[in-house]
Ligand binder design. Sequence first.
Ligand SMILES: [Zn+2]
Length: 257
Amino acid sequence: MNASLQPVNLSQAAPRQAKIDLAACHRLGVHFGLHEGIDNHLTVLVPGHRDRFYLAPFGLHWSEVRASHFMEVDFDDRVIAGAGPVEDTALHIHAPVHRLSARATCVLHTHMPYATALSMLENPRLEMAVQTALGFYDDIAYDADYNGLALDHREGERMAAVLGQKSVLLLGNHGVLVIGATIPEAFERLYFFERAAQAQILALSTGRPLRLIPEDVVRRTAAQFNEGGNVGGQPRPELHFAALKRMLDRREPDYAT
Ligand SMILES: [Zn+2]
């Protein structure tokens, strides 16, 4: 089915809530050190639409992004609501991935340090050597063709093709792109991918070899990850994201304004 004909995820129903949650992603990116300067972009489809997304104006530090800041941008690079500077690579990467990947309601692109360090290695694979990594078994696409800055939509289309059905695209010599059917799901993947990459880089920094987990245990545990997605009837990513937002509510409640 053409992605544009698929129903929008109902958990994203309220535009207001989507903006609050996307603002939270920016603040949490700073909290966890996933940001780099004022670059990189975090976007989500406008609820009820498959052809436009929310984007923060370029120039804001992620620590100052608020729910009321977001612009609506369509796939032809037009700002159709809100106002502010639009940075070209946001259009060139995010618009094609939103358009071409059916599950890409939310698209998070960062140069977060440990995933980026991994992307620089001759063999950039996330090894199945720690429990956190097992949650990403068979869910990471690797792009080995770093091609310079994303100067037009063709680069985002190329990235979407390499991503395929996975939720993580490790961009060689560059960073990472993570998608999700919801904002909590995408942020959960982003956060835990960085944690798994951090564990691997720290382990390798000892100069001693990794001890890989046997393939049958990897497969069995990956299945357990997939089956254990709910706790008390609620998806783990939503519980995690709600807890993180409560932290923001205590420390910097203006994100939701
Ligand atoms: Zn980038």
